[in-house]
Design a protein around this ligand. Structure first.
Ligand code: FAD
Length: 445
């Protein structure tokens, strides 16, 4: 990369994340993933130093002790700033520390790139360059990783980084930041790393669904039907981004050896069979070292590629039969028997927020399951606009679980003829990044 480009990239990065009203306030509120969030935080601090905005011994207040706040704090303090990090919860990385039901992997969602199996972060040169020393982790259960990282950070941080955990939630609007923090006073710079709000409800739905990083019972849902004594259950899974696709896979497949669910493990088990197919091998070879493939989330070519690829695989009848047999053996018997029925509701464009691995596995399973007519007919593209709760739950997903919810939706503008009852409603509508986007739009280079 040329010097000119680096300077331009640095400037651009600073502009994108800086407040217009107050140039000493910066924001990281995009929610991508652990790995990218770490690198973004470090790149932002590095750029501010290279542009001589941040200097040694300047004071910096960071609001939010998630992965991006922690990474930014480590980097800035390492470079000599005096950093104080405020976190409203009692621990660092609190969002993931609670969650035992999700698996975190630094690279598996970068499939089909060849390094998708690397379990240890940092692996790529760019990650090595933009990750502070204590941010080393290996794939595993989210809560274990978050705890380990929090301990490492506390142990290895430099003395000029201090944490104030369990502080009162700090309002982070422009107005309050300007009023409460004076750049001539305690802190010369403020970096807001407060995350983005997850969208967990429909406007008229008191039911809150399960937040993404909460311990939820989705993987065990099908096991409850093992003895056949329960009545049939219907599940509405709304949202076709990564959250929705991952939860669909979690519900439908039998528990893997590595718990909780890990998409990479399913792929590993599938690969020997997939590789027996010439078309699949040709496709994989063409993508494995193409760093730009399907990025940034170029949904149309990806969906078209998968459609073509699966068509050509399906055309080989014997091969497809053996692949189907294998996949069917991984699908939970309650799904195969029709005791649990799922309606996945999504707009096609929701796939744009999904990594290739989730999309590929869901598209594959969808074909296999559809051939068996196991899902509700016409399940695949629905836009749920409204959902109402008619029973008396208090909005807590745990209390509300398996009590029927009555849902209506629109398909291409037409309302569903009548409300349908769903025992479990899972909303995976991503996060609300409007605030962040508004920040980005305001200033041009
Ligand atoms: C549906 C969904 C699925 C995801 N799946 C994955 C995945 O599989 N793998 C992956 O790597 N990533 C995934 N992510 C992204 C991951 O959650 C984020 O990348 C990561 O949590 C972002 O870290 P952060 O530090 O920016 O924000 P957060 O993790 O949200 O941390 C923000 C912190 O700030 C604190 N805080 C907020 N406001 C204040 C305030 N006013 N005062 C003081 N403290 C405050 C909060 O308590 C919190 O600890 C997913 C996200 C979503 C929404």
């Amino acid at each position: 990369m040329s010097v000119v480009n680096t300077v331009q990239d640095d400037r651009q990065l600073l502009i994108e994340h800086r407040s217009v009203e107050n140039p000493t306030v910066y924001y990281i509120q995009r929610l991508s993933n652990f790995r990218e969030q770490t690198s973004l935080a470090v790149r932002l601090v590095t750029a501010a130093f290279r542009q001589k905005v941040f200097k040694k011994e300047n004071t910096l207040l960071i609001i939010g002790g998630g992965v991006s706040g922690a990474a930014a704090g480590l980097e800035a303090s390492q470079r000599g700033m005096i950093v104080t990090l405020f976190e409203s919860k009692r621990t660092l990385l609190s969002v993931q520390q609670r969650c035992k039901t999700r698996y975190l992997h630094p690279y598996e969602y970068y499939w089909p790139l060849a390094h998708y199996q690397k379990r240890t972060f940092p692996f790529t040169d760019i990650d090595k360059k933009y990750s502070p020393r204590p941010m080393r982790w290996s794939a595993g259960v989210a809560s274990d990783i978050a705890k380990k990282l929090a301990d490492q950070i506390l142990k290895e941080k430099s003395p000029n980084l201090s944490f104030r955990l369990g502080v009162k939630h700090i309002p982070v609007s422009q107005k309050t930041l300007l009023e409460d923090f004076d750049s001539d006073g305690d802190y010369q710079f403020i970096l807001v790393c407060a995350g983005a709000r997850e969208r967990t409800g429909f406007p008229n739905l008191a039911f809150a669904s399960f937040p993404y990083w909460e311990n939820d019972p989705l993987e065990k849902l099908c096991s409850r039907y093992a003895d056949g004594s329960r009545r049939k259950e219907q599940i509405l899974l709304s949202g076709g981004g990564d959250g929705g696709l991952q939860d669909l896979l979690r519900i439908v497949t039998k528990p893997t050896r590595r718990k909780p669910f890990a998409a990479g493990q399913i792929l590993e088990k599938l690969l020997p069979t997939l590789r027996r197919n010439r078309e699949f091998n040709r496709w994989l070879k063409s993508k494995q070292f193409d760093g730009n493939c399907y990025r940034p989330f170029d949904v149309k070519p990806m969906l078209k590629d998968f459609e073509d690829l699966l068509n050509s695989m399906e055309a080989d009848f014997d091969y497809w039969r053996s692949l189907s047999r294998m996949l069917l053996s991984w699908i939970h018997p309650a799904i195969l028997k029709g005791d649990v029925r799922i309606r996945l509701a999504f707009k096609e464009k929701h796939f744009s927020r999904s990594f290739a691995l989730n999309v590929f596995l869901v598209r594959l399973l969808e074909r296999i399951i559809k051939n068996q007519q196991l899902l509700l007919p016409g399940h695949e593209i629905h836009l749920v606009n409204t959902a109402t709760k008619t029973h008396q739950c208090k909005g807590d997903p745990k209390d509300c679980f398996t009590s029927p919810h009555f849902v209506s939706w629109k398909i291409s503008g037409a309302r569903s003829p009548k409300k349908e009852a769903y025992d479990v409603v899972v909303l995976r509508h991503g996060s609300d990044q409007q605030f962040t986007n508004a920040q980005r739009k305001r200033e041009k280079p």
